[in-house]
Ligand binder design. Structure first.
Ligand code: ATP
Length: 256
């Protein structure tokens, strides 16, 4: 910890999360742009009431059902996601059998190795080696588009978190199903993903691990029913509505 935060502080969780990211920044895991991106996420989480809404839970459940149905599911991990949720990622990967690949917007081989090491120490199974055979995702210039051929390169389902819109768009264009954890329903990521999870990355991954424990016992047919019954446009509408009603309530009362 860089600064000691008293447990009684009303924004304890949020401040601890910030400290986690600052530490990860000092360790060369998170880049400064990642700290800025976190601020945007926090603002949306604040507006949404810092809780997992029903529409997020429905998206998380559908994402897990898709993951269990997929032949080659992969969890794509960047610096922020690793710094925040390594333990939750470990749990989700072990329950779903998904492979885990370090994939970075600001890619340097040194940072890939550092994040890989962090995930390995936290017990993440199915981790793809930084030395994997590589290919470039069409529409993303190198080094942003570099992926493992046996990971994201040949995946039929990819879970991304705290990601930029280009990557999500490029993966969808390649015919992959993409679930994206992103607190901003306006972002290009949120708008182009097959399944948009408007929830905070730690909470979302924890919820997904809980769903994986439940859905692992389901038949293919039951999982397919969950996926078919899911409507992403409806999720986005409900996310915007949640923002609107929080703001409406606040604007009527003035005092929270
Ligand atoms: P896009 O390119 O998709 O339009 P963007 O330019 O906002 O989005 P980035 O700057 O890479 O993309 O930001 C990543 C996204 O991650 C932001 O939309 C932000 O709201 C979201 N985000 C940041 N921190 C978290 C978090 N802890 N959990 C979930 N989402 C987060």
């Amino acid at each position: 910890m860089v600064v000691r935060i008293p447990r009684s502080h009303p924004r304890y969780e949020s401040l601890v999360t910030r400290e986690k990211l600052v530490e990860a920044y000092n360790d060369g895991i998170v880049v400064v742009e990642g700290l800025i991106a976190h601020g945007r996420g926090e603002a949306f989480d604040y507006l949404l009431g810092e809780k997992s809404h029903g529409f997020a839970l429905a998206a998380e459940r559908a994402a897990v059902a898709s993951m269990l149905l997929a032949e080659r599911p992969v969890i794509s991990v960047n610096g922020n996601y690793a710094a925040l949720a390594a333990r939750e990622i470990a749990e989700l990967a072990s329950l779903t059998g998904a492979l885990v690949e370090v994939n970075l917007f600001y890619r340097t081989e040194e940072r890939v190795r550092k994040i890989y090491e962090l995930l390995r120490v936290r017990g993440v199974p199915g981790l793809l080696s930084p030395e994997c055979e590589k290919r470039i995702v069409e529409g993303l210039e190198s080094p942003r588009g570099v992926v493992c051929s046996e990971g994201i390169g040949s995946a039929d389902f990819v879970l991304v978190a705290i990601e930029d819109g280009d990557r999500t768009q490029a993966l969808v264009k390649e015919g992959k199903k993409v679930a994206a954890i992103d607190l901003n329903p306006f972002s290009r990521t949120a708008q182009t993903a097959s399944i948009t999870i408007v929830d905070e990355a730690i909470r979302a991954t924890r919820n997904m691990a809980r769903f994986a424990r439940e859905l692992r016992g389901y038949s293919r047919k039951e999982l397919e029913d969950i996926v078919e019954g899911y409507d992403n446009r409806e999720t986005l509408k409900l996310a915007f509505r949640a923002l609107l009603s929080r703001l409406e309530e606040a604007s009527e009362r003035g005092v929270l």
